[in-house]
Each structure stands twice: as C-alpha cells, then as structure tokens.
Design a protein around this ligand. Structure first.
Ligand code: FEO
Ligand code: CA
Ligand code: CA
Length: 633
C-alpha cells in the first residue's frame, strides 16, 4: 500500500477508527455502526452530506459529458491501448485483418472481440509482471464478416465462436507503462469451441447429455462471456450471460417447455443465428445443448494446459458477474446477478472453508455448497433514498416447497432451472441485476440494477429496491449483511443512487436521487469496481443518443463515487457507440485498466486507431496519471 492510498481513508473509517481490511471479510464495522446509531449509518451520512466537490476520497474534478470518438479524462490523466480485438497472441501469429476475410482458425489465435469483465493476477514477487484474464462477450457481424450480415455458413459460425470466450494474456510494465506481451507462454484463448468440463451436482445429469457427450460431462465452449470474478485462491471466474440467444430451431413450430421458455429460447433465434449452420445450436436436434450453457466457468490462468470447469453448483441463469466474499467462519460466498428484466439476485455459500494456506486445496471448492436467492421487502416510501430489509431463501431440493410437486426431480434440476426454483420461493423480481461488488472497506455489497422499461407491467410491482415505473435510468442497490457476516441469511438494503436526468425531469424519481446533478448524470449503470482505497467505480452501458430522456448525458462513461458521502464524479467518457465495461487495477493502483466494448456499434467510430475508413475495435485501455500517482486519488 502506498502512503497516498493510506491517506485516503474514508470519513467513516476515521470516525470509527477502522484500519484497512483484507479480502472482503465483513466484520468490525458492525459494533461501530451500532454505536453510531444503527446499521444504516452510511445512509444517514449520505443523505446529510451530499454536495458537490466535498469528497476527500475523490482527487479529480468531474469532467463534462462528451459525444466525440475518443477517450475523455480529467486533466493530468492519459490513456493508451493495452490490447485490441484481433491482435495476435503468439509469436508470428496472424495479424488482424480489417477486411474481415480472416479465418476462424486465425481468430482462435488472436485476442477475442468485445472485451468485457477482466481480472489481473500478479506473479508472486514480481511487481512489473502479471497475467490478465479478459472476457470476450460477443461479436459484431457488421465488422466481423466481409458481407457484414448474419452468418451464412458453418465457417462463419465457427469464426463467431472463435471471437468469444476468454483471452488470457501476460502484461509487463516497462518505462512506467503496462504492455501486452505477445508470445508469452501463458497467452491463451478459451473460445466457443474449446473443451470444457462440467462439474458439480448437475454434471452427468440426464438433462446435460447430448449425442456428442453421452456422459453429460464435457462440453464444447464458453460464449457470451459477460463479466467476471476472481477467487482468493487465484482462479478466474467467467460468467455466461446471453447464451439462450445463440439457440434457435429448424422446426419453426417447435413447442418449448416451461423451462425452455423461461430461459427465453425461441425458434427464430435472436440476432445471432447460429442454428441454421451448426446443429449444436438447433433445438430441434440438440435440445439439451441449451442446458450446458449459462454457467459460471472457473479457469486457472497460470496453467495454460488446464481444462476450465463449469461450476454447476452456482446455478444456471444469464450470469452477469461473480463477486467473491467470505463468511465469518471462513466459507466462500459468491454473489451473482441474473441480467434479465424481472430476474433475481443469488448467492452461493461453499460447503467447505477456504484454505488460505494452500491454494490448490480449493480446486473444487465451488462444486459443493448451497444456493440462495434474494427476497426484498418493500421498504419505506422515501423516494430519494428507499431502504428496507431482505433475506436469502435457500434453493435446495426438499426445502421451501422445491420438490417433485413443484416440478423438480432432484437438486441438479433445481440448479439447471434455477430461475424456476427461485420463482417457487417468491424471490423479488429485479430491474436487471448487472454487476455486484463487495466493498473492501466495510463489506457492504453493491449491485447495479441497470434499467427496466417494463417495471410496472408483466407482474413486476413498483416498489422496494425497484421503485420506478418504466425505469429507463437504473439505480445502484446496496446491502449490509446482518452481523456484517456474508453467511447471514438477512440484510438491510438501501439505494446508493437512483440515476435520472435533472435537466429533463424535475425532482425525484426521474431527476434521480439527490446525489445526481446535471454535472454527473448518467443512465444504465452496469460495471462496478472497488479500488483498494474504497472508491467505487461505475461503468455505464446505456442510451448514448444524447437526446430525449438522455439529453446531456453524452456517450457511455465511467464515474467514481465516494461510498460514504455519496458524491459521484464523472471520470471518463468513452468513444462513439461504445459501452464501458470491464475494470481492473495494477497492483499499485497507478494504472486502471478499463474496457471499451463495441465502439461504433451502429457506425460512426474508427476508435482507437482512427484510420481513414478504418474499423472500430474493442480494446482494453490503460489509464494512468502523468505524475505517476494513484488513479482517482
Ligand atoms: Fe453483458 Fe448484462 O451485460
Ligand atoms: Ca454488463
Ligand atoms: Ca448492460
């Protein structure tokens, strides 16, 4: 920890005399919070003290919204490209071919497309060398193929699958700048056709068996890899999100069962259209293939020969990310969101304890444990800062009405059809849960609820942590577990911020909560990241039209919040048409890595190279201070 970081203690810490805490374990704050008058101490601090420019934690001035095809940063900051879509990973590897004529085999040797969540893994004892595991969520046909449209052949589908999954790369710092190391023996692609093992309670179940894999234990590929998690034992978690969209049916009249419908499968596929050219994605021919995706996958970045494992104990849904925590008595906790309108927030608690002395002893820790889903009460009616309580409901066969009578033959079916099991226990239908992060300072958990234009319809009541009808702006929910123990079954929640547009709508709710101003407004919070000093970084994936409800918000952006005072400042604006997603830090926090995904999604961008008639390329950016200081401080 640098002296600078040490000096960035939050006001709350100073008040209660806390020292900086290690990995995520909540605890000591509980007594202090009670002393100060209740477990929602930071709520009252937030409500009382939000005013522009007062946070000591945020060491930069908020920048204006922007609509140009570039990265905008506060004065004194700079950015460079760490790696872009199509860059060769290996020595003498095939170079990016902007014509779109590159093959699937070449793409399998290059950095994948549309980078999303990522984690950095230090080499022990080496401060200038690390590995990064980076998700590649999907691809944009407009730029992938010379024809610019839907896949037209098996080779086209193969190439799309080669763009997705995960890229593991080595990075090194030279002359104060982090660089990608082409040719490192650690560089690796785990793409949509890579061999992966199924493990945990659903592996080998009848619903997981296909003609290509009669044992139901080995699957080809991970794809639609959204965000991520990093375990304390040094592995990477990649989360499979919109997998259902990859499936369709050659039988236009195929009747889907309740579970297939709940996961959103339709005969015509949605935008992706692989099934006409690859029978693996044809529900008329391989219906169980659908069940083999939608999981959290664990990867050992330090072993390039290792086979990734889909951890079925964590449940199957449209996984956004996976936030690791630890119970007071040492068990691993994984918080997870299911990004779909009206779907749920989950947590997994491992059966066994984390072995902090022997990383390899945790190799299969995520194969055994208990899955829970969150139920929130309706809270109070304060439109500016709603708050209330909630509980975790166990999703175990034989408990809480989850049994053969409600449609579940065994625990494997509960996990494969986790959404249905969560509905049996009346979990709370949320406004599209995206990223979840755990504060390294006080163990509070933050979750972006990105938006939900259907709130108020479709059996989704307005209220509680989802307080706004036709919610186009989103909000950030947080909760403090009872006894500050992530193993607790209950918690207190509040809304850290309700996004809105005070320039278009007066007052709450559409103008947002009191920590939203015309200077920092944004929509659709999505990515989240805490740095070691406790700054909360907020990344957006919203409407960048800069018009109507979104007038004055500009391109997608990254903001930084002081969790104690509630102040939020705009730190970065991305290029035209991009989503800002994926965040990680160098070990000394002097470089912030952030993902620019799908620049020019609908045209209008040549980011980052700005070549005449060039293609935009998703890229990981390295942000640093010109004076070499800690980013954000
Ligand atoms: Fe891939 Fe829900 O974002
Ligand atoms: Ca996202
Ligand atoms: Ca999103």
């Amino acid at each position: 920890m640098s002296l600078l970081e040490e000096n960035q203690s939050t006001d709350l810490e100073k008040m209660v005399g806390l020292s900086r805490r290690g990995f995520i374990s909540a605890g000591a704050l509980c007594g202090a919070a009670m002393f100060m008058g209740g477990s929602l101490l930071s709520r009252s601090v937030l409500a009382a003290s939000v005013s522009a420019g007062t946070s000591k934690l945020l060491g930069f001035d908020s920048i204006p919204a922007a609509t140009n095809d570039a990265i905008s940063l506060p004065p004194g900051y700079r950015s460079s490209v760490l790696i872009s879509w199509g860059q060769p990973l290996h020595k003498d590897g095939p170079a990016f071919d902007p014509s779109g004529n590159g093959t699937a085999e070449q793409q399998e040797l290059q950095f994948g497309d549309n980078n999303d969540g990522m984690s950095l893994f230090e080499f022990a004892g080496e401060k200038d060398r690390a590995l990064m595991a980076i998700n590649n969520e999907y691809t944009n046909y407009r730029y992938l193929y010379p024809h610019g449209g839907m896949p037209q052949s098996a080779a086209d589908v193969h190439k799309a699958l080669a763009c997705e999954g995960v890229s593991v790369i080595e990075v090194q710092r030279k002359g104060g700048q982090w660089h990608f190391v082409q040719g490192s023996r650690y560089n690796r692609r785990i793409h949509g056709n890579a061999p992966i093992d199924l493990s945990g309670p659903a592996a080998g179940h009848a619903l997981m068996k296909t003609s290509a894999d009669p044992q139901g234990k080995h699957v080809l590929g991970t794809f639609q890899n959204c965000a991520n998690g990093k375990t304390p034992w040094g592995t990477y978690l990649t989360c499979e999100e919109n997998f259902t969209d990859c499936f369709g049916s050659s039988d236009a009249g195929q009747v889907f069962d309740a579970a297939q419908k709940r996961y959103g499968v339709v005969a015509t596929s949605k935008e992706i259209n692989w099934h006409p050219h690859d029978p693996r994605f044809d529900m008329a021919k391989n219906p169980n293939e659908l069940n083999r995706h939608g999981w959290v996958v664990e990867i050992d970045p330090f072993d390039p020969k290792s086979t990734p494992k889909k951890r079925t104990a964590l449940g199957r849904f449209k996984h956004e990310n996976a936030a690791l925590a630890e119970t007071a008595d040492g068990h691993a906790v994984v918080y997870m969101g299911d990004d779909e309108r009206g779907e749920f927030i989950y947590k997994f608690v491992s059966r066994d304890k984390i072995n902090h002395a022997n990383a390899k002893a945790n190799r299969d820790l995520l194969d055994h444990g208990t899955l829970y889903v969150a139920r929130f009460d309706s809270g109070d009616s304060n439109p500016d800062h709603p708050k209330g309580h909630g509980e975790w409901i166990e999703l175990t066969h034989g408990k809480n009405g989850i049994d053969a009578g409600s449609g579940f033959a065994d625990q494997a079916e509960v996990l494969i059809h986790a959404r249905l099991a969560a509905s049996v226990v009346h979990a709370t239908r949320m406004d599209r849960p995206e990223w979840i992060v755990v504060s390294p300072k006080d163990g509070q958990v933050y979750c972006t609820l990105t938006n939900n234009a259907k709130r108020g319809e479709d059996g989704q009541p307005v209220g509680g942590p989802n307080p706004r009808e036709k919610n186009v702006y989103g909000q950030i929910l947080r909760w403090r577990t009872d006894r500050d123990d992530h193993g607790s079954k209950s918690f207190a929640w509040d809304l850290f911020v309700v996004a809105g547009n005070p320039g278009v709508h007066g007052g709450t709710p559409k103008g947002g909560s009191s920590n939203i101003t015309p200077q920092n407004m944004f929509n659709s919070p999505d990515g989240l990241g805490f740095d070691d000093a406790g700054r909360l970084w907020i990344l957006t994936d919203g409407d960048s039209s800069n018009a109507g409800d979104f007038d004055g918000m500009g391109n997608n952006q990254m903001l930084c919040a002081d969790p104690v005072t509630g102040e939020i400042r705009r730190f970065m604006v991305g290029p035209v048409g991009c989503e800002v997603t994926g965040i990680s830090f160098s070990p000394d926090h002097k470089t912030l890595f952030v993902g620019i995904q799908h620049p020019g999604e609908n045209g209008g961008s040549t980011f980052p190279e700005h070549l005449p008639n060039g293609k935009p390329r998703s890229s990981v950016m390295a942000i640093s201070r010109e004076d070499g200081g800690v980013v954000g401080a």
